[in-house]
Write a protein that binds this ligand. Structure first.
Ligand code: NAI
Ligand code: MG
Length: 335
């Protein structure tokens, strides 16, 4: 098995080596191919995503991506490499699970409920289509929704739901305000749903879904939604799993998969050795489960991560004082 490893910027450089160490622990024969992308790479080479990196991912068929720093203003020639990769490799599904971290949810929210949800985000269209322009004083972003992409993401959501205990898909949209685009999304998902009679379908408006994810997340099983809504709602949901430092994701296409923690490059803590590596490690587990079809190894890694956390080894973002290194050691020990 081959894995292309792209640490990127900031804490990507700190958490990705941890995820690689964990993967190598359970897959001693794993071959690692290092590649570059991101802001530092752009400044040095003039490209945020060198062609050599794209080729390396293509050859390996799987990649682990850290995070990159993106400027908040337009920089000529710079485009976010992860958004480019999603489009280049047609990584149309973004899986973002949240599982309750009991001790953390109790400490922060004063309560915990059984949360085990999978957010399935359409990953190529919506407001991320790259169709943004300015005409005089009018700035326009086109929100593209197609039937084909909506049906494709629906198949991912229903296939996942079929294998889960509660077998329920909630379609999240804003069809009351966006009846044409989100109407098409909702109707396409429902059409596909008819092919999965064992799966129950709910729907919810996105603002209500945000409130429900913040207050009663236990009601959700699989959520399927459009690109931007999925980006935002998965950050809301991540709180129950211990926050951004814990949140994993997998960009999944027909041939290639790229695992990536949900968080960014975290410039405020970069270089201090205190970044939480769990989001990156749990992302590697998603790669094992859904791309390499090794749920046994994925289970082992997830158990080790949660056992380490419940034993009290926690980085500062979780309320503890463990370093990145200590967190990794605790996880390796439990493997
Ligand atoms: P961020 O996710 O980097 O950080 C948000 C907050 O969460 C910060 O206080 C940070 O210290 C904390 N945090 C994040 N991950 C953590 C971890 N593993 N352990 C401990 N604490 C953690 O988001 P922010 O600050 O909005 O963006 C910073 C940069 O990252 C920007 O340049 C942005 O464009 C980029 N970004 C990149 C992403 C990607 O490459 N996929 C995704 C999100 C942001
Ligand atoms: Mg995000």
């Amino acid at each position: 098995m081959k894995l292309c490893v792209i640490p990127g910027d900031g804490i990507g450089q700190e958490v990705i080596p941890c995820a690689v160490a964990v993967l190598q622990h359970v897959m001693p024969d794993l071959e690692i191919v290092e590649a570059r992308a991101g802001w530092a790479c752009f400044q040095e080479t003039g490209s945020a995503l060198p062609e050599a990196t794209v080729e390396a991912i293509h050859t390996c068929g799987a990649a682990l991506f850290g995070a990159v720093s993106s400027p908040l203003h337009k920089v000529e020639g710079y485009r976010s490499p992860i958004v480019q990769l999603r489009q280049r490799f047609d990584l149309y599904a973004n899986l973002r699970p949240t599982r309750i971290a009991w001790s953390l949810a109790l400490r922060w929210m004063g309560r915990a409920q059984s949360v085990d949800l999978m957010l399935v985000r359409e990953n190529t269209q919506g407001l991320y289509s790259g169709r943004e322009r300015i005409v005089g004083d009018e700035a326009i972003a086109e929100r593209v929704i197609t039937r084909a992409a909506s049906e494709r993401i629906a198949h991912v959501a229903f296939s996942l739901a079929r294998e889960r205990e509660r077998k329920t898909v909630t379609i999240v949209h804003k069809a009351n305000i966006l009846p044409i685009t989100d109407g098409l999304f909702r109707d396409s998902v429902r059409t596909v749903g008819a092919q999965y009679p064992e799966v129950k379908i709910n729907e919810m408006l996105v603002d209500t879904a945000a409130m429900m994810l913040a207050s009663r997340p236990g009601q959700f099983d699989v959520i399927v939604t459009t690109n931007l809504f999925g980006d935002i709602l998965s950050d809301v949901a991540s709180v129950w799993g211990g926050g951004l430092g814990m949140a994993p994701s997998l960009n999944l296409g027909a041939q290639v998969a790229i695992a990536e923690p949900v968080h960014g490059s975290a410039p405020d803590i970069a270089g201090k050795g205190i970044a939480n590596p769990c989001g990156a490690i749990l992302s590697a587990a998603l790669l094992l489960r859904y791309h390499w079809h090794r749920p046994d190894l994925a289970d082992r890694i997830e158990r080790a991560v949660y056992a380490a956390i419940e034993s009290g080894v926690q980085t500062p973002d979780l309320g503890g004082s463990a370093t990145t290194r200590a967190m990794l050691e605790a996880i390796l020990q439990r493997l």
